[in-house]
Design a protein around this ligand. Structure first.
Ligand code: NAP
Length: 308
């Protein structure tokens, strides 16, 4: 199937273009970007023009930041296109619900991707936790914003999520692997005095069996970057490291069963191909709901200004 890629920035070039190029399902037929392009691929600067002139391209993948993305998604759905969304699926929950309703009405596929759920050991962690009673779970997501988001001013603006931009990846894994529904009870958001978005956050959740569930996100990490989820259960201890790439059970490193398709983004594109073929949609808003709750309930603390 032919696909158009919209917003030729960091994630489009790092992950989407190579994943599409390697996919047996997809052919990158066009790009839409105000200044970027991909060698050998027809490029547009105006999205409406792509929708009008290339009615043969039935699927679009939107790699824009969350705030500008809604208008593109709504226009694509209104024009009868199937839509794949980068994470987070929108700048607000209401926007996301609107897109779900529009996609249903137009009978097109809508896929809200969560790339971290496709990390190699996430499915194995889910299977291991399924029949155990959770006692304690702690997420530690600490990275250097200067290293991973250079020059990305949008990330500090309203709707950019601040440290929840990576933090929502941890929450996407949490909501995938936990057999129980949890809800946020309190949060602290550390906001630099010159920014709108938090640079660090800590969260606590209520768990139906009374397990302690918490998360710490921090963008001021020097040295080793940490993306870890640790869970203690009635029958052992699980650790997910490196954002779900590695799993340790009771101190023993586990190996993956050899996923048919390696790589988070190749697996997202394979899933999108299935959804389009079957006429399905996949929009799970639970990671975003926890982030929205943190912004609703979080106690703000002003911290030192951040300068890149
Ligand atoms: P980015 O490079 O800053 O922006 C992506 C592209 O979006 C830009 O190149 C630009 O495309 C377009 N864009 C930005 N602001 C726009 C606006 N106001 N109106 C229209 N187009 C605009 O961001 P990114 O890092 O690729 O992130 C994009 C999305 O992917 C985010 O939701 C992010 O959470 C997610 N993501 C990022 C990473 C990562 O490591 N960076 C990893 C996973 C997921 P043109 O200049 O081509 O018009």
């Amino acid at each position: 199937m032919e696909i158009a890629l919209v917003g030729i920035g960091k994630i489009a070039l790092d992950q989407h273009v190579p994943a599409i190029a390697a996919s047996p399902d997809w052919d990158l037929a066009a790009t839409v970007s105000r200044k970027g392009s991909v060698d050998g691929v027809e490029s547009f600067t105006d999205f409406a023009e792509l929708l009008e002139r290339r009615s043969d391209i039935r699927v679009v993948s939107l790699c824009l930041p969350p705030v500008p993305r809604f208008d593109y998604a709504a226009a694509a759905i209104a024009a009868g296109r199937h839509v794949m969304l980068e994470k987070p699926p929108g700048a607000s929950l209401s926007e996301c619900h609107r897109l779900i309703d529009m996609a249903q009405a137009q009978r097109v596929s809508l896929y809200a991707t969560w790339h971290s759920r496709e990390a190699p050991m996430v499915a194995a962690a889910k299977a291991w936790l399924a029949d155990k009673t959770l006692r304690r779970l702690q997420i530690t997501w600490k990275e250097d914003v200067r290293r991973w988001h250079p020059g990305q001013d949008w990330i500090w603006e309203p709707g950019g999520l601040g440290v929840f931009d990576p933090g929502i990846n941890a929450l996407s894994i949490l909501t995938e692997i936990l057999p129980d529904a949890i809800h946020l009870t309190d949060a602290t958001l550390e906001v630099p005095e010159n920014k709108q978005g938090p640079i660090a956050a800590s969260l606590r959740f209520a768990h139906p069996a009374g397990a302690e569930v918490g998360a710490v996100f921090d963008w001021r990490q020097d040295g080793d970057q940490i993306w870890t989820i640790e869970a203690e259960t009635d029958r052992g201890r699980l650790e997910l490291h490196d954002g779900g790439a590695r799993m340790v059970i009771d101190g023993i490193e586990q190996s993956a069963d050899g996923p048919a398709l390696a790589g988070e983004y190749p697996r997202l594109y394979a899933r999108m191909a299935q959804l389009v073929a079957s006429g399905g949609s996949d929009v799970d808003l639970s990671p975003m709901r926890h982030v929205a709750d943190a912004f609703l309930l979080g106690r703000r603390e002003t911290v030192a200004p951040f300068h890149e």
